[in-house]
Design a protein around this ligand. Structure first.
Ligand code: SIN
Length: 383
């Protein structure tokens, strides 16, 4: 029997092995990219430096969303991009009414456009964490919504907007981002919108506090290590249909020598950033609470976790003026009018790891549904 020549087969196999990666890459390149809608609201990410390439002043919200997208040509390698201009302002101009309009727009577009993989919102960083948390609470979709900004304007020295936008689009386009709730992507960190905070106005200045970030955007795309567990997305009870405006909730600070809010002004709710209250502050908040204002006391750091099994403190009536029963408050606050002296603090609602600004947003939404303390406590324990 003549010897079998294996050479042609070996050659064919070699050629196949050489050609295969190229063929796989060609097939991958031919596959349609996920569609991502970028909604621009303004901020430094669309800002223009007065003297380009300097560290001087700049105008936030100057370039259109289309212009900032055009400055990142590699976006098309990861997604088919559509753009929409919601506003083009510095984020300090964004109002609660605009939160409602933006959330409705995104919720609607994700409901009606099954072809969209996700949405990116470009936003000024000053108020980014507040808008992002509002969207986190009210967008009732499992698809990724990523909020992104920049700390250096598009025409300044080494702008961070282009890389942030690229990372945000990659995150919004990635199937592994489904169900993670609204995300903030800054400096390749993927942070839950519940936890994102601006610490300082420089690149790297966004943090997630002690609870940590969810993942990073690496060379290969978004890599998750953790997932949020609190109520969000399709499980949210905050339906904005029929909500025309949000209840007024004020935000105030307690401080040594503080006297608290004036009683003649009675908002629906008030959040006080405090580790504790002075006697006079305590009295002022008790007066407000008795008049029907929901008072929520939050640690300034946002790191405190109030035990969720506590009952909300009832709003107690003032003790009779001639009541001589010694109580803790009277011992602590001997100079205080006894009408106030029920307790030297007003811990109506326990808050779990939220900054005061975010507790205010949750209270605004809670008050669209209930004024009952126990229900409000349930909401604070769930989201
Ligand atoms: C703004 O918040 O609109 C200005 C600041 C920034 O985007 O970093």
């Amino acid at each position: 029997m003549p010897p079998v020549n294996h050479m042609p087969r070996v050659l064919a196999l070699g050629l196949l092995l050489i050609a295969l990666p190229g063929a796989i890459a060609a097939q991958r390149d031919a596959a349609p990219r996920p569609k991502v809608l970028i909604i621009g609201t303004g901020g430094t990410i669309s800002g223009v430096q007065d003297a380009p390439g300097t560290l001087g002043g700049y105008r936030a919200g100057a370039l259109t969303t289309e212009q900032i997208v055009a400055s990142v040509p590699s976006l098309v390698n990861f997604a088919q991009i559509e753009t929409e201009q919601f506003s083009n302002v510095a984020s300090t101009m964004i109002t609660p009414d605009q939160w409602v309009a933006l959330a409705r727009r995104i919720d609607g577009v994700l409901r009606n456009r099954r072809d969209l993989a996700g949405v990116v919102v470009t936003h000024g960083t000053d108020r980014l964490e507040e808008t992002a948390f509002f969207l986190y609470l009210t967008i009732r979709s499992e698809k990724p919504v990523v909020v992104v900004g920049a700390q250096r304007p598009a025409t300044g020295i080494s702008p961070d907007g282009p890389i942030n936008l690229l990372s945000a689009v990659r995150t919004a386009a990635a199937p592994q981002s489904l169900g993670k709730g609204v995300l903030v992507v800054m400096d390749d960190r993927i942070i839950s919108a519940r936890e994102a905070r601006k610490l300082y106005p420089r690149a790297g200045g966004f943090s997630s506090g002690e609870m940590g970030m969810l993942g990073v955007v690496s060379g290969g795309g978004p890599e998750y290590f953790f997932a949020p567990t609190r109520r969000r997305g399709s499980a949210s009870e905050f339906d904005l249909d029929g909500v025309t405006s949000l209840p007024t909730v004020e935000l105030t600070f307690a401080y040594p020598g503080g006297t608290g809010p004036r009683a003649e002004h009675k908002p629906a709710g008030i959040v006080v950033s405090a580790t504790g209250l002075t006697c006079t502050e305590s009295g002022a908040f008790q007066v407000l609470a008795r008049a029907g204002t929901i008072v929520v006391q939050v640690f300034p750091s946002g790191e405190h976790v109030e035990s969720s099994d506590r009952e909300p403190e009832p709003v107690r009536p003032p003790p009779p003026r001639n009541d001589s029963t010694p109580n803790f408050a009277r011992r602590m606050c001997p100079g205080l009018d006894s009408a106030f002296a029920v307790a030297p603090w007003v811990p109506n609602i326990g808050v779990q790891h939220l900054t005061p600004a975010k507790a205010r947003i949750l209270l605004m939404l809670a008050l669209t549904r209930t004024r009952e303390l126990r229900e409000i406590q349930r909401i604070f324990d769930s989201y």
